[in-house]
Design a protein around this ligand. Structure first.
Ligand SMILES: C[S@@+](CC[C@H](N)C(=O)[O-])C[C@H]1O[C@@H](n2cnc3c(N)ncnc32)[C@H](O)[C@@H]1O
Length: 271
């Protein structure tokens, strides 16, 4: 089976999980929710710390959700989240989306949130997601688009953050502008264009609490996470440059008129 592996750019440092654990089915998978039915079997690929996975499990109380992750170290937190909510219809497994260890036609819904931007071969990933989806079932994917992220006001150093992130993510084998490409990847993976509904959606951070949270986690990621280590080891940035970018994030967060929008592409594909 053709397969390319990419390095997961963010890793699972606390500053990264601060962002992932904020996510809910409502704020990250709204485009899918009206298609869910209580008895459905759902696969959540690249589930990370599992807050969206747990929400999906609560929405299919007579069904079952499987959270799949390539990084085993984050699954203890995912299991804890599900257990803390008293969910008994969710399980977590280690695996790689490029080669799913499930028979054809296993799931009613196969979902991936912010995953395909990080994989080495997103078309192969979608082929696999399609293969394990029952005929008539749904493949649902949502990814950000880093070049389309926009903010106000312009603070010195923020554009450097965007340029550096794009370079590091691509050097790791990913595609940070995945959002705009999802529908094209779905076609290449074998979905007929009329079987794919493509939409776009945003997260927007504006209030003092939102700005403080978003700028703080990016400032910390920039100097402390796997991303920081990779950026330095691969020669894309010096420690000094990373510190400057982290300071730019904090300066933006302190701006009274600060506003930040994250654009996402979304696809709902009928198998
Ligand atoms: C940005 S996180 C998203 C986590 C979760 N879906 C969410 O939105 O909160 C991407 C996750 O995909 C996982 N991942 C990356 N490559 C993968 C692969 N080839 N197969 C399965 N999971 C993968 C990473 O380990 C990481 O936990």
């Amino acid at each position: 089976m053709p397969q390319k592996s990419a390095v997961y750019t963010h890793g699972h440092h606390e500053s990264v999980l601060r962002s992932h654990t904020w996510r809910t089915a409502a704020n990250s998978a709204g485009y899918l929710l009206s298609s869910l039915q209580p008895q459905m079997q759902v696969l959540d690929v690249g589930c990370g710390p599992g807050t969206i996975t747990a929400d999906l499990a609560a929405l299919v109380p007579q069904g079952r959700v499987t959270g799949l992750e390539r990084a085993p170290e984050v699954l203890a937190q995912a299991r804890e989240t599900a257990a803390g909510r008293g969910l008994t219809n969710v399980r977590f497994e280690v695996g790689d989306v490029h080669a799913l260890d499930y028979p054809d036609d296993t799931f009613c819904v196969v979902h991936a949130h912010q995953v395909l931007q990080h994989v080495g071969d997103p078309v192969q990933a979608l082929r696999e997601m399609r293969r394990v989806t029952k005929p008539g079932g749904i493949v649902a994917v949502r990814d950000a688009d880093y070049s389309a992220m926009t903010w106000y006001p312009e603070v010195a150093g923020m554009a450097d953050w965007q340029r550096l992130y794009l370079r590091v993510a691509r050097a790791n084998g990913g595609e940070p502008d995945a959002g705009r490409r999802l529908h094209a990847w779905a076609r290449q993976a074998g979905f007929a264009p009329e079987a794919v509904t493509a939409t776009a959606d945003t997260w927007c951070y504006r209030t003092p609490d939102e700005r403080s949270w978003w700028s703080g986690l990016w400032a910390d990621r920039t100097v402390d996470s796997t991303y920081a280590r990779i950026a330095m080891e691969s020669g894309h940035a010096t420690e000094e440059e990373l510190r400057r970018i982290a300071a730019a994030w904090r300066a933006w967060g302190a701006e009274e008129d600060g506003w930040f929008a994250v654009l996402h592409g979304e696809i709902l594909c009928r198998a």
